[in-house]
Design a protein. Structure first.
Length: 99
């Protein structure tokens, strides 16, 4: 596989045709056409899915049980800074303030 790691610390690694990691040990990883992580899965243990907004920023994380965290970017001066996270399961909204 050229310059890609195939084994480290007893953990095997596999890569897709674009050179992105597709598997790390038992974890299966999937990327979209913009090379953004869209899912990571370990069969029978966990699955996380990731969704992005039109600007390419992470906007939603969903687990295998359907629990959703939604990220908001409300600072017009720092457009890539997360300002709020809404937990759809608990109804909790967390606001992040910065100096």
């Amino acid at each position: 596989v050229g310059d890609k790691i195939t084994m480290m610390g007893g953990v095997s690694y596999k890569f897709d045709s674009d050179g992105l990691m597709a598997q790390r040990g038992l974890d299966h990883v999937t990327f979209n056409s913009a090379s953004q992580l869209i899912s990571i899965t370990r069969h029978g243990l966990f699955k996380f899915s990731y969704f992005y907004d039109a600007l390419g920023r992470l906007s939603v994380q969903r687990d295998r049980y359907g629990r959703i965290l939604q990220l908001f970017y409300g600072d017009t001066k720092a457009k890539n800074t997360i300002t709020h996270v809404y937990n759809h399961t608990t109804g909790e909204l967390t606001q992040y303030l910065r100096d």
